[in-house]
Design a protein. Structure first.
Length: 318
């Protein structure tokens, strides 16, 4: 099923079956008005120069439309663009998709070489779908160092643990009758006036497993025990500040605008399962397919640049 093809993506997309693709990563030229090459001695790359906004939109929008038609009913389309040029892509995405969620990728740390403007450190990745609930698998980011060092201060026979809320605060008060109940533990009645965050059945299950921290102080609330050795990290937010660009990481660069494997790994894990198909219509060095293959997904990659296709084939089929 997996394939790499060289040619015009707009034409090659006609060969892809409608509603067959689970995840599409679209990382077109950013309208930067630059010509990208690997180095002064290696001209591998591409021109990103446009005469007008209309010319750029005439290139991008037909690809977005065709990609949309290839998505499964719960599929996801990711449009990657610089923060500086985000407005035209956002307008296109909102025109053609019911759900558009921006993800903010902080691709670099401080910029020491800027003198007359703010350093550019953010890319925008528009996560789009025509399903209000696209396929989603929770992915995690590393815990904040301060939190990790200071939160797991409680300990029982299972290990060190932090405290997680299981009672609503005043500003979150619930009227759901299934969340308004009392629990008795060691002769103490717990009946929070703002309600519990879980059903009585689920709470009693945690209590039976010894996973609820009951306070020693009177009138204090119980908490869920979050064990350090079981933590996967924190549920991922829409600010991705833990994935650095290739220039700041350990990966070798094969193409001028190549994106890091960890970025594609997060996108693919988050919106697809093993056996699903991932598509990249402007694939560059082939990172999308490389990561998809590693994660047990099939891939389809196109690029009009024969140099890029050669890089992809060497990378995937070496």
């Amino acid at each position: 099923m997996s394939c790499i093809k060289q040619g015009d993506s707009l034409q090659l997309l006609d060969e892809v079956e409608d509603k067959s693709i689970q995840t599409i990563y679209f990382d077109p030229p950013f309208k930067s008005q630059k010509v990208y090459v690997m180095s002064p001695d290696d001209e591998t790359g591409f021109p990103d120069v446009w005469s007008s906004n209309k010319e750029y939109m005439d290139f991008v929008e037909p690809l977005v439309i065709k990609c949309k038609n290839k998505l499964t009913d719960d599929g996801s389309f990711f449009f990657h663009i610089s923060a500086k040029e985000m407005f035209l892509p956002e307008a296109i995405c909102r025109k053609h998709f019911k759900l558009v969620q921006p993800i903010f990728w902080k691709r670099s740390r401080s910029k020491n070489n800027t003198k007359n403007k703010l350093g550019e450190a953010i890319d925008i990745i528009f996560w789009c779908s025509n399903n209000k609930k696209p396929k989603f698998n929770m992915v995690y980011q590393e815990l904040d160092r301060y939190y990790a060092e200071n939160s797991y201060k409680n300990k029982d026979s299972r290990g060190n643990y932090a405290l997680g809320h299981i009672v609503y605060t005043k500003t979150q008060k619930t009227s759901n009758p299934d969340r308004l109940y009392q629990v008795v533990h060691d002769g103490v009645v717990y009946n929070p006036e703002n309600g519990w965050r879980m059903s009585k059945e689920d709470l009693e299950g945690l209590i039976s497993e010894g996973r609820v921290h009951f306070p020693k102080k009177p009138n204090a609330n119980p908490y869920k025990k979050i064990y350090q050795h079981e933590s996967k990290g924190k549920p991922c937010m829409n600010l991705w500040d833990d994935v650095h660009s290739i220039a700041m990481g350990n990966e070798g660069r094969l193409y001028p605008t190549e994106k890091p494997e960890k970025l594609l790994e997060r996108i693919i894990l988050m919106t697809s399962d093993e056996g699903d198909i991932v598509l990249d219509p402007v694939a560059g060095s082939g990172t999308t397919g490389f990561v998809a293959k590693e994660l047990g997904r099939d891939f389809i990659m196109f690029d009009i640049n024969p140099d890029a296709v050669e890089i992809m084939k060497k990378r995937l089929y070496k």
